[in-house]
Design a protein around this ligand. Sequence first.
Ligand code: M6R
Length: 591
Amino acid sequence: MCGIIGYCGQKPAVPIILEALKRLEYRGYDSAGIACLCDGKLLIEKDAGKVDEIIRKRSLADVPGNVAIGHTRWATHGAVTQVNAHPHSDCSGSAAVVHNGIIENSEQLRQELTRMGHRFTSETDTEVIPHLLEDEIKNGLSLEQAVLNIAPKLEGSYAFLVASLNDPGKIIGTRRNNPLVVGIDAPDYYVSSDALAFSPYTNQVMSLEDNEVVVLAAGKVEFFDARGNKLVKQARQLDHTWTENHKGSYQHFMLKEIMEQAQVLDQTIHQDEKTFNTIALDILRARQVIITACGSSRYAALVGRYLFSRVGKRFCDVVMASEFGYFADSVDKNTVVIAVSQSGETADVVDGVKAARAAEAQVISIINRPNSILADLSHQVIHLNCGPEMAVAATKSFLSQLAIFYLLSFAMVNAFEEAAAKLTDLSSELTRVLDWNKSELIRLSRTLKDKSDFYYIARGINFAIASEGALKLKEISYIHAEGMPAGELKHGTLALIGPGTPVVVVCPADYTFSETLSNAIEAKTRGAYIIGVSDRESDVYDSWIKIPQVDELLYPMVAVVPLHLLAYYLAINRGCDPDRPRNLAKSVTVK
Ligand code: M6R
């Protein structure tokens, strides 16, 4: 959930690190810091706050030196304070460490190190790393050997970088269960949690496997396995579309990502039909199919479940990834597990997939970010191809996931091409739905911005869209919201509906329309303010969000777009930053 970056080369390091930190902020943005080696000194600057604020506050831009590391934090151990921000150092102040992940045995290590005389200054789990390294270096080991020696003592997940006065021209990095990728542009070298961090400079990358170590030094990069044996690696080229991440003329990434969905859909549809047919066959042949995911990805999976049942006549279950392990007893080699994750690095999903692999299940992943941990763990991977999603809130990736499930379900009945053609036609409808509703959504967001609770209801294939709309609202505007199957409203939640309570009713003119509308009437009778998301007008609605008439299995895609936009405008009207909601991060790499 944190972002780390290192640079070693011939250019001034700090401006590169600071720019990279801004690109990594989607991974965490409660504090940030840098460490720079220059003229025999190790300079560490860090603070709580966003990268731009810290740069201004600490006048970081002009710090000299050609070797530096940086960190942007999402707090796990220790409050959001200046002392807990990374980099962390040892007692002598000669090494600096930035870390992404959690050292699970940090308490025990901290006690041992304290007994041995080490003095800790922060509350973080990370700080054990520089202190452990300090002892190894005192014993005469090189920095890379010290890293190799301490790695087996660390339990949990990590990717960390070290810069030290003891070996001032170098940065050492290693990882276990957290991403780390090296960027090559000789004689300049980069290392980061995400290639996006150094994307303006190079798209030539080399990845590290678990427990491998990388050494960046003047004019060279070297890799070692856990035993210190030298490794030979080939660089590969990243797709340039992955490296573009400008807001363009938009005020926020979230708005840009909502607006570019028509184009994204076209990119997503470009899939290999043969792969889809093979996967569809595996799904049909399996004894059971389980889809696992978190957050929005899980809601996309719930739509997928209806599509599998409706089109492929294949029942499957959707299990929240954080709960997957508790069902692992029934997973076996005749099970297909489909893992859905935009980032490909959500810890709960990764853990679930590991449990599935241990039970010999076949694992298929639906991922956006290329070269992720989840991709490495999967037998087959489907890429969303929707490009980097920078806002914490998932929007375009959600739409792409829906498209993938649509294609997969049609592949089950040998109709991949038919599905691809229908999706192609849909892209213009997505643009239309935005044009039609923009002003009404802005009006609604102004009128409803002070409401404390929203309810979202829908039925059948659209139910998960209600949940997705509610999640988005909570996440970026901090308004309490619940999404539920419309039929459930009367089993408890109706007690909370009173005069003026906003109830968003997703009721396209499909097989769910009449019953959903009846539930809307029940809410309206109690005074609710009904926002109808439908292609069919009704007197029941106090506000009508008009969607186009489409094939009934495609309604989730046209209905979700205005709900994302409503959440966006509500966040703006409440003065919230929709790209960086409080307490959250884009990649949730902790359990
Ligand atoms: O990267 P993933 O798809 O695995 O992430 C899962 C959730 O953390 C994510 O969808 C989260 O719920 C979003 N921020 C919602 O907008």
